[in-house]
Design a protein around this ligand. Structure first.
Ligand code: FAD
Length: 402
């Protein structure tokens, strides 16, 4: 009988993992369980569509290594399967004198992460590349690009289905039991799937699925942070050529609101990073009382909120006040006005928060016998999906051949 592997979550990480496993083994039966009726319904389908270069991440971290390897693998994959993408490069700009020292640190990380061709550029060169930006200095990152991650995920899905593997849509995993090294996985609707190995790629619900596998995360909990976008109106799209990023606040794993040219046309501005009142809370008014209570009573969240209340407050203000959002964007392009932006979509980031009040900075993949849990896969996990998938496929192979 063939070995059965079950992957929970039909986002980019779950499906890249399925594809890497399908490539490596002919003798597996892979089943992906997805609660929605399509792939990429959550983080993957609501992201900025940027192919990250890896310039920001701490050298030696899983984010840095998987971004580097995933970047190369993603571009090869796109060429092979004819997926539109554009390596247009980006500028990171310091708009205030005191931000220059941050540029030094970003350059150091970029060099240590092996990025070729990144360089400091003067205010004049920033303006040659992005004529409407007011900066004191910048960094040019030639590797950064744009892509449609839904299309990438749909391609992984098509490839695994062509190899005879299955994606079960509308299967919301509710509980799991294990007997004689075999899992029984139950859906909310009462269906059952069995398998030897379970891989949890449930994104915003990764911690809940960990609990179902009987593991203890030591108080780590997913905190949902919504990223809201505005669209630049068509008549003002000329204000942005490609990708314009501010210097990020090093205290947080967010990049700050930026301008992004989209692969299918149009310019987005954002995303913010505001606490969501539901794990899938895409609007300001969407509240899930149980999930909100779990968030605001989590000891780690409370510690973080006490320490960073000012950041949280500013983000909340930006969520409700367009004027405050526009002011943040005017730091990069002073001539952008209220009338040049219309509310766009939103995405919710799954950020794992420790009991000590820190958002985990790195990817976190935990492995025990019979289970691999992807606990934390924030940005750049879309860029890095094939590398993360490869890492998990190797761990799965070790378990299946032990
Ligand atoms: C606003 C925003 C902007 C971003 N920008 C970028 C970017 O430009 N570049 C980049 O590289 N990364 C970016 N990221 C990060 C990237 O999108 C995510 O890291 C990545 O999509 C995570 O993929 P995933 O498969 O782990 O999660 P998801 O895409 O969230 O997939 C998880 C899946 O699991 C399913 N699921 C959950 N619970 C269950 C259950 N109980 N039973 C069955 N199914 C379940 C969900 O329905 C979902 O489809 C961004 C993220 C956000 C939110």
């Amino acid at each position: 009988m063939k070995t059965q592997v079950t992957i929970i979550g039909g986002g980019i990480v779950g499906l890249a993992t399925a594809w890497r496993l399908a490539e490596a083994h002919r003798d597996l039966v892979i089943t992906v369980l997805e609660k929605e009726n399509d792939v990429a319904a959550h983080q993957t389908g609501h992201n900025s569509g940027v192919i990250h270069s890896g310039i920001y991440y701490r050298p030696g971290s899983l984010r840095a290594m998987n971004c580097r390897d995933g970047y190369v693998a993603l571009l090869e994959f796109c060429q092979k399967y004819d997926i539109a993408h554009d390596i247009c490069g980006k500028v990171i700009v310091a708009t205030r004198e005191w931000e220059r020292s941050q540029l030094d640190k970003i350059m150091d990380h970029g060099r240590e992460n092996g990025l070729q061709g990144i360089r400091r550029i003067s205010a004049e060169e920033v303006q040659e590349r992005e004529p409407h930006v007011q900066a004191v200095e910048g960094i040019w990152v030639p590797q950064t690009g744009i892509i449609d991650y839904v299309q990438v995920t749909q391609t992984y899905a098509r490839l695994i289905q062509e190899r005879g593997h299955q994606i079960k849509f509308g299967f919301q995993v509710k509980a799991m039991t294990r007997h004689r090294k075999r899992w029984r996985i139950f859906s909310l609707a009462g269906d059952v799937v069995e398998g030897e190995l379970v891989i949890n790629c449930a994104g915003l619900f990764a911690d809940k699925v960990v609990q179902m596998t009987g593991q203890n995360l030591g108080g780590v909990q997913i905190i949902p942070f919504r990223g809201e976008y505005y669209n630049v109106v068509h008549e003002k799209e000329h204000l942005v050529n490609n990708l314009i990023y501010p210097v990020p606040n090093p205290a947080f794993p967010f990049l700050g609101v930026h301008y992004t040219r989209m692969i299918h046309g149009g310019i987005e501005a954002g995303p913010s990073a505001v606490l969501a009142f539901a794990r899938e809370g895409y609007s300001r008014y969407q509240v899930n009382a149980v999930e909100l209570l779990e968030t605001i009573t989590h000891r780690g969240f409370l510690r973080m909120a006490r320490k960073h209340w000012r950041f949280g407050w500013d983000e909340m203000v930006r969520s409700f006040s367009k004027k405050a959002f526009v002011t943040a964007l005017q730091h990069l392009i002073p001539e952008i006005g209220m009338q040049d932006l219309v509310r766009g979509g939103a995405g919710v980031r799954a950020m794992a928060c420790s009991i000590h009040g820190e958002l985990l900075d790195d990817f976190l993949i935990l492995e025990t016998e019979g289970v691999i849990n992807v606990v934390n896969a924030p940005s750049p996990a879309a860029t890095a999906s094939l590398a993360i998938g490869q890492t998990i496929a190797k761990a799965a192979t070790r378990q299946l051949t032990a």
